[in-house]
Design a protein around this ligand. Structure first.
Ligand SMILES: *Cc1c(COP(=O)(O)O)cnc(C)c1O
Length: 374
């Protein structure tokens, strides 16, 4: 049996005709940049996220960057974030000219630990970027309280977590900004690169629109140095169609996660493979990834066994960001962020996408059990 880590073809099939019709309409119009389709999608996305506004941009990476640029981040500013995230979170901070400052993660949720953030705040701190990793919300209440106390702004990196909720409130709406990615492997993916920024006020939305178009407030009148951070009409139109099915896809992932929990409970390997835990405040985990912790230094061997048996799996992320070559100048050393480093040595993502069959899920767990001789 083959179980891919992700296969989007089954998801596409029922909406193929509708999507191709929209693509044809846009090709006939030859209007590809911004326009009605983008505006319509932005309204739908803001309604879905229950945010004040949403602005379509070129990627999740650029969503983070543009929010930092709109806040006038400058060299010397410090921004606190997690060392256990996709590279783009920290890359955006450096691209904006600021200094990333890491705060270690909570080993249970893999999200930034608010108590560790408090220790890293200095007079130079300007912002916090919590990441809602794998589709589970970070512990936002204490993070928002810290930001208020120290007059910091927040960009939630919600690139893996569209529609996830913390105490019943959707991610991307807790403070000033939320960054979303529509990279194809995210729960809501487009047909290429795309992203969005949610924000809390009309003023911020206006400013973001200026920044995404080279800081141009009127045609060829540039108030700021922005960039080309625009989203295509084609991507926006495809996303409008796909957004209508997002809840059913996320629910199918939740269902698969629940099936895994039953299968693992019955397998007798609970002390060897630790399943992802949901915090009490995380009332809606959307399982962009289902990541287990493989104990006893066996992660890489189990990964190879799964791949050899036809089960797709992957390590997100194998190297804590403070140890990356390109951030060497920040002075990070092994041992600085022990929880992040430990997670990067044990984590393994298993297939969880909605169209997996019960037989495929059973095969994944029985293949793991076999590795342990069960
Ligand atoms: C995917 C992702 C990004 C970047 O999004 P792109 O659209 O690929 O640029 C940023 N942060 C996190 C946590 C992500 O998972």
């Amino acid at each position: 049996m083959q179980v891919p880590l992700l296969d989007l073809r089954a998801q596409y099939a029922p909406m193929k005709e509708e999507i191709l019709a929209t693509v044809a309409e846009i090709c006939d119009s030859q209007r590809f940049i911004l326009g009605d389709k983008v505006e319509a999608f932005e309204k739908e996305l803001a309604a879905y996220c229950r945010s004040g506004a949403a602005i379509g941009v070129s990627s999740g990476s650029d969503a983070l960057l543009i929010a930092l640029m709109a806040e006038g981040i400058k060299p010397g500013d410090e921004i606190i974030t997690s060392p256990f995230t996709f590279f783009a979170t920290v890359g955006a901070i450096v691209r904006a000219g600021a200094k990333p400052v890491f705060a270690d993660i909570d080993p249970v949720t893999f999200n930034i630990d608010p108590a560790k953030i408090a220790e890293k705040i200095t007079p130079k701190t300007r912002a916090i970027i919590p990441v809602h990793l794998f589709g589970q919300a970070a512990d936002m209440d204490p993070i928002v309280a810290l930001a208020k106390e120290h007059d910091l702004f927040i960009i939630e990196d919600a690139c893996q977590a569209i529609g996830a909720e913390y105490k019943g409130k959707r991610v991307g709406t807790f403070a000033e900004y939320g960054a979303f990615s529509f990279f194809p492997s995210k729960n809501l993916g487009c047909f290429g690169d795309g992203g969005a920024v949610s924000c809390d006020t009309e003023e911020r939305a206006k400013l973001l629109k200026i920044f995404r178009n080279h800081g141009q407030s009127k045609t060829y009148i540039h108030e700021y140095v922005g960039g080309n951070f625009r989203i295509d009409a084609l991507q926006a139109a495809i996303l409008s169609i796909k957004l209508r099915s997002l809840d059913s896809w996320s629910e199918a992932r939740q269902k698969n996660a629940a099936i895994y929990r039953d299968l693992f409970a019955a397998s007798g390997i609970g002390d060897k493979v630790v399943l992802p835990q949901t915090a009490s405040y995380s009332v809606r985990h959307i399982y962009n990834q289902f990541c287990v912790l493989v104990k006893d230094g066996k992660r890489d061997a189990l990964k190879q066994h799964l791949l050899d048996s036809g089960v797709g799996c992957a390590v997100y992320y194998p190297l804590s960001l403070h140890l990356q070559e390109c951030f060497k100048e920040l002075g990070g050393k092994p041992g600085d962020y022990p929880e992040s480093e430990k997670a990067s040595g044990e984590i393994l993502a298993l297939p969880v996408f909605g169209e997996l069959s019960a037989e495929q899920l059973e095969y994944v767990v029985s293949t793991i059990a076999k590795f342990y001789g069960k």
